[in-house]
Design a protein. Structure first.
Length: 458
């Protein structure tokens, strides 16, 4: 903590007393006062009153330009008219049947048109579909182990609750990370079934296959790692990962929960020209409603079709959510929308870069499609251990300074990234950059003072 950061925290508390009181009340009945651990941050989180388009209001009446967008689930923005219209109709004709009704076929067809899959099953969250993708890979291969990347987040189930945010004292060999269980209550032995490799390190993955011959069912990877802010794959990394998996009889699972709707018309598969074995989709494909999906070839999905593998869920394909998904694919995730987003995303990254240079900040901005991030690090990160040394206090200063000036630059925590929605405008980006330009000089002074004092991050 340093004086300029404390000043922003004090300003935050003066602006948001109703959020403070709401959090105190909620904490009596809801652990840490929020519905997901990620939503809590000190001194207390903002409580939201409403949202429309690219903006929200908190319970104190403060307005914000919103680039949090529910951790990237709102590529459509708040209350997109086409999604709202589709949902309103369904609310009058039946919200839940637990029976087929035809909309699942319509949405599956649209997904298969965009992504290199032939069959699709639906769920309600990214966690659900990554969990079922593991079962699918195990059912097809007859093997048990899964490789994930150090620092990768693929949901909250036990099999992926390994090495999500390990501490430096737990890291182990940089070429052979130690699997670290991420939560109390995770099933004993989980870290034995989930192997860990560094992102952007193909030899490390190859070694794991050699150490566990005939045991590894699949490799799961985010094509762009977004649990460490924003980390791009090396050129050819994803295709080589697929080749290594296939050489050893395993499947590549691409977790496109964040990239599938926000990177390109055909997601990361199109952007990086790669065809994984299993694709997981979620977040923004539902236009603000809880929708997720996993897909693969007809051959792989045959284990479900022949009922060798079990997949179920009471709320799967409920008509309200399916109507939202159909409206999102047809009216939100359009090629024109991606052109619009690419233009705004580039403008935001380039604007940040120009301001950083002018202010003399040792940091960089990176992005692709709708997502991007500011990282207080001297060079482009390539893996979790790079990200681990981002300056947390300086980032916290940045975040609260932006919020105090009406810009929710991204979700809280320095492992997150901004999202640009289809309802954001050039004027919104100009406002975002104008505020960052106001904030950057104070950040530069703080960074220089911390360097002189020998303060280290993380």
């Amino acid at each position: 903590m340093y004086a300029a950061l404390q000043k922003e925290l004090d300003t935050y508390q003066k602006r948001t007393p109703q959020s403070r009181d709401a959090h105190a009340r909620a904490s009596v009945r809801v652990p840490i006062g929020v519905g997901s651990n990620y939503r809590f941050y000190p001194p207390y989180p903002l409580f939201v009153q409403d949202g429309k388009g690219s903006r929200i209001h908190d319970v104190d009446g403060n307005g914000y330009l919103d680039h949090n967008l529910c951790y990237g689930a709102l590529f459509a923005g708040h209350c997109h008219p086409a999604v709202m219209k589709a949902v309103e109709y369904r609310l009058k004709t039946g919200t839940l049947f637990g029976m087929p009704h035809g909309l699942e076929l319509e949405l599956a067809e649209l997904i298969c048109e965009r992504f290199p899959v032939e069959m699709v099953r639906f769920g309600n969250s990214g966690s659900e579909v990554t969990m079922h993708s593991f079962r699918l890979a195990r059912s097809v291969t007859g093997r048990s182990k899964i490789i994930k990347m150090e620092g990768g987040y693929h949901g909250g189930h036990d099999a992926v609750s390994v090495s999500v945010k390990p501490k430096e004292s737990q890291f182990g060999d940089p070429e052979h990370p130690t699997p670290v269980v991420s939560s109390a209550g995770v099933l004993r032995g989980t870290s034995d079934a989930t192997l860990v490799a560094p992102f952007n390190n193909l030899p490390a993955v190859e070694r794991l296959f050699e150490e566990h011959p005939g045991e590894i069912a699949g490799v799961i990877v985010e094509p762009i790692m977004m649990n460490i802010a924003f980390c791009m794959p090396d050129d050819g990394y994803l295709k080589s990962l697929l080749e290594i998996a296939h050489k050893h009889g395993a499947l590549l699972i691409m977790d496109e929960v964040k990239t599938g709707a926000k990177l390109a018309w055909g997601g990361a598969c199109e952007y990086f020209n790669v065809k994984p074995d299993i694709i997981c989709l979620g977040k923004s494909i539902g236009g603000g409603f809880p929708l997720a999906a996993f897909g693969a070839s007809r051959e792989i999905m045959d284990v479900i079709h022949t009922q060798k593998m079990f997949h179920a869920g009471t709320y799967n394909t409920n008509p309200v959510v399916m109507a939202a998904g159909l409206a999102t694919f047809r009216h939100v995730l359009t090629r024109d929308a991606y052109s619009h987003i690419d233009r705004l995303g580039r403008k935001l990254v380039e604007g940040y870069e120009a301001i950083l240079k002018k202010a003399g900040l040792v940091a960089y901005a990176d992005g692709a499609g709708a997502n991007g991030a500011l990282l207080f690090y001297p060079r482009r990160i390539r893996n979790y251990r790079d990200w681990y040394h981002v300056d947390e206090d300086l980032w916290t200063h940045y975040w609260f300074a932006m919020v105090n000036r009406g810009i929710l630059a991204q979700p809280y925590w320095w492992d997150e990234q901004w999202t640009v929605s289809v309802q954001h405008t050039e004027r919104d980006i100009d406002q975002h950059l104008q505020v960052f330009a106001e904030v950057a000089p104070a950040l530069a002074v703080a960074q220089q003072e911390r360097a002189v004092a020998g303060v280290h991050s993380a």
